[in-house]
Design a protein around this ligand. Structure first.
Ligand code: AMP
Length: 435
């Protein structure tokens, strides 16, 4: 028995939490990516395509131990016969800053504003709205510290969501300060958790040693209870950090962006400083249960570049939208990419002469940028007409043996059933006259 025969269908299924994206869903994604790129470029962002695989240390040095991403969700790779330690990217910011440093972008006009999109990977528990391969649309403003850049990132994310159909979204925002504010805050926070050490989860006990700020992001129900009484970072902000945060809020107010200050918001990545935010929607189901869906988030990361070896401070702010959650949202407008043309014609060919010349007719329509569908593999008129009816196209093009020999084609209105024979060389002009 050959090895091939032993393989069962379940053995070749796509990996858990990863899927094929086809048909209308494919265009839903592409439509969003296109719209998001349009918004991003109006606001001054430039595209960058980052590798899907980076060196593992790009993530381990910036996102750090004590976070779910580094502790348990990263897909690490050890290519055979190589000492490389690589990882599938779990997020885009660290790679974008790596690119900034590697490409010498500090010599470009500052700040450098980048956008990127594509797949990201986290070995998380798959569930509704949570995949192991998911798609994000990311924005980064690297090389600026002004509060307006934080506000710009939030505004552009809101616009992208609204353009996609969202109408009930708001921002949760917090400031976790910089290193200076954090010294005292972490001291206070550590003392608080020490006092409650018996009540917090096992993993969080470990985090108390490595990264106490992460405990605030814990999903452990016992820790979450303790977190309710934890000291908040805003009370420990220095005058400068407070000023920055206040300015960001003022911009949001000016732009009428609804926001809530969420003192418990720290986010799942450890490189953040000062501003952190999420864009969310509270959705009430039929039983009155409220579910919060987070479509994206981000924040400032003023120390990240130095962690990756950059020689000076490089203030920056960025965000990522979870595109899977957007295209699955009830409000999603099913944005269509520009390449998709609603078919205006269905092309029918009958007989070998016509089939031989079919593609030259389709080419006339493509050049005229008119949407056309066909089933070149089919022969019968009834079958092809049936498909045309189903597609609800306004016109059919009928190309039979006689037409093919005479250099003509029949244009038939599916609505009035009237038809006209046209010289093929005039087809391009004629179709412009049809509505
Ligand atoms: P983060 O990179 O963790 O800041 O996430 C930004 C956004 O990406 C989140 O708000 C989600 O909308 C989306 N996201 C994060 N992880 C996943 C996942 N595993 N599956 C689907 N979407 C995700």
């Amino acid at each position: 028995m050959s090895a091939q025969k032993r393989i069962k269908t379940e053995d070749i299924a796509s990996p858990k939490g990863m899927r094929d994206i086809t048909g209308e869903l494919y265009f839903d994604y592409q439509g969003f990516f296109e719209k998001a790129q349009e918004v991003a470029s109006y606001y001054g962002f430039q595209p960058i395509e980052l590798p899907i695989i980076e060196r593992e240390l790009i993530f381990t040095t910036t996102i750090e131990e004590g976070t779910d991403i580094v502790d348990k969700e990263m897909y690490t790779l050890r290519p055979p016969k190589s000492r490389d330690k690589l990882a599938l990217r779990p997020e885009g910011t660290a790679g974008a800053v790596r690119a900034y440093i590697e490409r010498g972008m500090q010599s470009m006009p500052q700040p450098v504003m980048l956008y990127y999109y594509g797949p990201f990977f986290r070995h998380d528990k798959p569930q509704k709205g949570r995949y192991r391969e998911f798609r994000q649309f990311g924005l980064e403003i690297i090389g600026a510290e002004q509060a307006i850049t934080d506000a710009l990132i939030i505004k552009v994310n809101m616009l992208m969501l609204e353009e996609a159909g969202a109408n009930n979204i708001a921002v949760k925002i917090n400031s976790i300060g910089n290193n200076e504010c954090r010294v005292n805050y972490i001291k206070e926070l550590t003392a608080y958790y020490r006092k409650n050490i018996e009540k917090i989860g096992k993993l969080d006990k470990q985090r108390l040693k490595t990264n106490p700020l992460r405990i605030l992001d814990s999903k452990d129900p016992n820790t979450m209870e303790v977190n309710e009484g934890a000291p908040d970072s805003i009370s420990f902000l220095s005058t400068d950090c407070k000023k920055h945060f206040k300015k960001v809020l003022e911009y949001l107010e000016e732009m009428k962006i609804p926001y809530q200050i969420d003192k418990a918001l720290v986010r799942g990545l450890s490189y953040y400083t000062d501003t952190v935010f999420e864009i969310f929607e509270d959705i009430t189901d039929e039983d009155g249960k409220v579910e919060t869906v987070v479509y994206g988030g981000g924040g400032r990361y003023d120390y990240l570049a130095k962690t990756l070896g950059f020689k000076k401070d490089l203030p920056a702010v960025g965000s990522a939208l979870g595109v899977d959650r957007i295209v699955e949202a009830k409000w999603y407008k099913h944005l269509k990419p520009r390449i998709i043309k609603k078919p205006k014609f269905y092309f029918i060919q009958l007989g070998i002469e016509a089939k031989m010349k079919s593609m030259s007719v389709i080419e006339i329509l493509r050049k005229a940028k008119v949407g056309v569908k066909q089933s070149l593999s089919k022969d019968k008129l009834s079958v092809q007409l049936g498909i045309a009816e189903k597609l609800k196209v306004p016109y059919t093009l009928i190309f039979g043996q006689k037409e093919a020999l005479d250099g003509k084609i029949i244009v038939r209105s599916m609505d009035t059933r009237s038809q006209k024979s046209i010289e093929i060389e005039n087809l391009s002009e004629y179709i412009k006259t049809l509505k």
